[in-house]
Design a protein around this ligand. Sequence first.
Ligand code: AMP
Length: 113
Amino acid sequence: MRDCIFCRIVAGEIPSDEVYEDECYYAFRDINPKAPVHILVITKEHIGGVAEMEGHEELLGGLVTTGVKLAEELGITDAGYRMVINQGADGGQSVPHVHLHVLGGRPLSWPPG
Ligand code: AMP
């Protein structure tokens, strides 16, 4: 999608600190990290949010398993880590292109703010 910042990152039009890429997914470091490890895993296909993933269950499952694989590769699995998908304004979603946050490298408090 032309005006979507994450689509533009996938297209290479906006630089990003790439962590992983395959046919369906792209992962990169969050520009404003909330933990020592904070990456975003996104679908290459433009989907506005997790609420729009009905019919894309396989793609949604792959988004999560890609996050798990990258958490292992980034060395944050022993202590544990967190995955987050924000949805909508109250959910804290600021970019309307579905993305999985993978955070680790420090203890993370609960509940979130
Ligand atoms: P959310 O608030 O859940 O929609 O998450 C969007 C995330 O994208 C935020 O954590 C931002 O810091 C991050 N972000 C926005 N623009 C960029 C960018 N150009 N490169 C990397 N991360 C970005």
